[in-house]
Design a protein around this ligand. Structure first.
Ligand SMILES: Nc1ncnc2c1ncn2[C@@H]1O[C@H](COP(=O)(O)OP(=O)(O)OP(=O)(O)O)[C@@H](O)[C@H]1O
Length: 257
């Protein structure tokens, strides 16, 4: 059981090369931070896992199944998503937004009628409590919540189906430092409790050092560091952030963690 990138390259139709020959494997339960500055290819990498982008070369394999349009339906319940801009339905209630995380497992007809099984409704309530929102929030419209509260709703939604993998694309980009730390603590805790692996893109080094089990640093679509946060010594940060660092980018320093 793992999430594996095998020599993945991504070239967009306009010719932009967002990823070049990316290979790595994430085992169950690992909190893996994808670190890199803007444009490094972090979102593209995550989008190759949930099918929003398809590799131009290589392949992404989830639990032995290659991600393709034909396998997405089967894989979707195993992959939770947490977004930078929350991607919630602002006019809908907290409860409705969270239970929407179960849509991949519910028939379209039942979902349109709002007929979610009792077990899923109970689960949504339990998750909302888990992420620190009181029962009084259940009927509240998401638009009335703070950014941090909205991301808590996004986290609860992502864990509705107990996914084996959670993709978090800059989940704290719009939040203040304390709320960012709270949100990453929550994502990490919920994932560890379930043995879920997390691929979390970040550009903040301090948060990366604090929360990551493993860091995959990207620069210009290539992995320039793969290892434990402790090994991401100050001297190596230039490779990720310093535009003057000599090209070509070297291959990974270390693999694993
Ligand atoms: N749909 C697209 N069409 C063309 N180029 C794209 C597209 N999406 C992303 N890119 C380009 O691919 C490269 C990687 O972008 P990506 O969004 O993956 O980086 P990122 O590290 O997530 O950046 P950010 O932190 O700013 O979101 C960039 O040069 C970007 O301009």
């Amino acid at each position: 059981m793992s999430l594996r990138f095998e020599h993945v390259g991504k070239r967009y139709p306009d010719g932009t090369i967002a990823l070049g020959d990316v290979s790595f494997e994430v085992p169950p339960g690992q909190f893996c931070v994808i670190l890199g500055r803007s444009g490094a290819g972090k979102s593209t990498l995550l989008r190759c896992v949930n099918g929003l982008a398809s590799p131009s070369s290589g392949r992404v394999v989830v639990d032995g199944v290659e991600v393709t349009p034909a396998t997405l339906r089967q894989l979707r319940p195993r992959i939770g998503m947490i977004h930078q801009s929350f991607n919630l339905v602002p006019r809908a209630s907290v409860a409705a937004n969270v239970i929407a995380g179960a849509l991949p497992a519910v028939s379209t007809g039942r979902a349109l009628l709002g007929l979610f099984p009792r077990a899923l409704r109970d689960k949504a309530c339990a998750l909302i409590a888990d992420v620190g929102l009181g029962q009084e929030h259940l009927p509240r419209r998401v638009a009335a919540l703070s950014g941090g509260q909205q991301q808590r709703v996004g986290i609860a939604r992502a864990f509705m189906l107990d996914p084996a993998y959670v993709l978090a694309d800059e989940p704290v980009a719009s939040l203040d430092p304390q709320t960012s730390a709270d949100i990453l603590t929550l994502i990490r805790r919920e994932a560890k409790e379930r043995g879920a692996a997390v691929l979390c893109s970040l550009h903040q080094i301090d948060l990366t050092m604090r929360f990551a089990d493993r860091v995959l640093a990207l620069r210009d679509g290539r992995i320039v560091f793969d290892g434990a946060p402790d090994a991401l010594a100050q001297s190596r940060l230039g490779r990720i952030y310093d535009a003057s660092w000599p090209e070509p980018c070297p291959l990974p320093e270390a693999v694993g963690a």
